[in-house]
Design a protein around this ligand. Structure first.
Ligand code: ADP
Ligand code: UVW
Ligand code: MG
Length: 371
């Protein structure tokens, strides 16, 4: 694996987005999706036949763009892949155990089929390198922060940055004038406070385990609770990690990782599912308000990701609790499932739905990195 020279006007981009619960592959010609592959419950390296077949079937791939969740302290912008970069990405596995191995599996599988096609890694963390020190710094011993490069990295940056740009387009206002809270609610979930196009705060941290309640992740818990469990629960580090990453969140509280199933069960009066929904929304509301504090105000609130795009009930429940900030959603507009302004006509703060298009963001960065 060696880094290639630049490619003249790379038009056809193969985008590989390996998330914690899914694999989304898009072949883009310009901004048009000409072919796609979606796998839910994709397990990564043991399961690359489908991806390899899809890539083999494409007659034209000029360049490849991969979503990589963790860039660590080293990768703060898109980087052309070679074997050294690939290994450095793999070395960050401990910091994102649900994601990093899948990202590397995607790189390896595509490289096997297209060994001579240039590829670029685009990082979820890159968008958040603009966090001010006050937002990025943990109140830990200073020497630790320095020695281990501990800081809040934040994730879902490719989605937050697309959602913010698209919000400005839909509102017909310059991005530089807007304070936007973008809510990426998928299997993983995070918020970003985007001020004039720059991320100034976010709910995830050193790892994608922090912040909101997620499909299977706990989100933030008291660090003292984790220490207490380590001492008293009888669980070893591996078991505790697995519980917090894969057995908590909506699944742990309500018995399903899928918000649709949580809502179905809640509607039949299932108290566990009802509590799971209530905790999810409580944390979402609280963190949206926290992001508006970091922005010193709010112009637009944007929902994206599987839950954000497709659950009017989550949006209605969250926004109903934010009326004091000027957020007001129109019930009939709230049925939207793709790019739309769903606010009431006179709402001070605009509320929007934006389809998550990490693929467009990755394609843009990939073309730029290679031209
Ligand atoms: N109609 C819907 N109502 C509520 N949740 C939905 C709906 N459709 C999809 N979802 C949720 O979206 C989640 C997947 O989001 P998505 O952003 O596609 O995932 P990923 O994080 O893997 O990219 C699933 O957990 C599912 O519960
Ligand atoms: C960073 C992260 O949580 O990603 P996903 O939502 O794809 O799991
Ligand atoms: Mg996702």
């Amino acid at each position: 694996m060696t880094a290639p020279n630049s490619v003249a006007e790379p038009n056809t981009v193969l985008v590989v987005n390996a998330g914690s619960s899914s694999l989304k592959v898009r072949l883009l010609a310009g901004e048009d999706v000409v072919d796609s592959l979606d796998l839910t419950d994709w397990s990564g390296a043991e399961d690359t036949d489908g991806l390899e077949r899809f890539v083999t079937a494409q007659s034209t791939v000029d360049v490849v763009g991969h979503r990589i969740v963790h860039g660590g302290a080293r990768f703060t912008e898109p980087v052309v892949l070679d074997s050294g970069v690939r290994d450095a990405i793999a070395a960050l596995t401990e910091l994102a155990p649900l994601h990093q191995p899948r990202g590397v599996a995607g790189i390896d599988a595509v490289w096997k089929v297209l060994p001579d096609t240039p590829a670029v890694a685009c990082f979820d963390t890159a968008f958040h390198t603009t966090l001010p020190a006050a937002a990025a710094t943990y109140a830990l011993p200073r020497e630790w922060n320095e020695r281990w490069a501990l800081r809040r990295h934040g994730f879902h940056g490719l989605s937050h940055s697309h959602a913010a740009r698209r919000t400005a387009e839909l509102l017909g206002r310059p991005l530089r004038d807007l304070r936007i809270v973008t809510c990426h609610l998928g299997a993983g979930a995070s918020l970003a406070a985007v001020d004039g196009g720059r991320s100034v705060d976010t709910t995830m941290g050193f790892t994608p385990l922090a912040g909101l309640v997620m499909a299977t992740r706990s989100g933030s818990v008291d660090p003292g609770l984790v220490l207490w469990l380590l001492e008293h629960s009888g669980l070893d580090l591996g078991a505790l990690t697995h519980a917090l990453e894969s057995e908590s969140g909506l699944l742990g509280l309500g018995g399903s990782a899928d918000m649709r199933e949580i809502l179905r069960r809640a509607d039949t009066g299932d108290p566990a599912a009802t509590l799971a929904f209530d905790v999810y929304v409580h944390r979402l509301v609280r963190e949206i308000a926290a992001m508006t504090a970091s922005l010193r105000g709010l112009d637009a609130l944007t929902f994206t990701g599987g839950v954000g795009e497709h659950s009017p009930r989550v949006r209605a429940a969250a926004t109903a609790a934010l009326a004091h900030l000027g957020v007001h959603v129109d019930d009939s507009r709230n049925t939207a499932t793709s790019d739309a302004d769903i606010s009431t006509a006179d709402a001070e703060v605009r509320t929007l739905v934006v389809t998550a298009r990490e693929d467009l963001e990755i394609a843009r960065h990939t073309r730029t990195a290679l031209s």
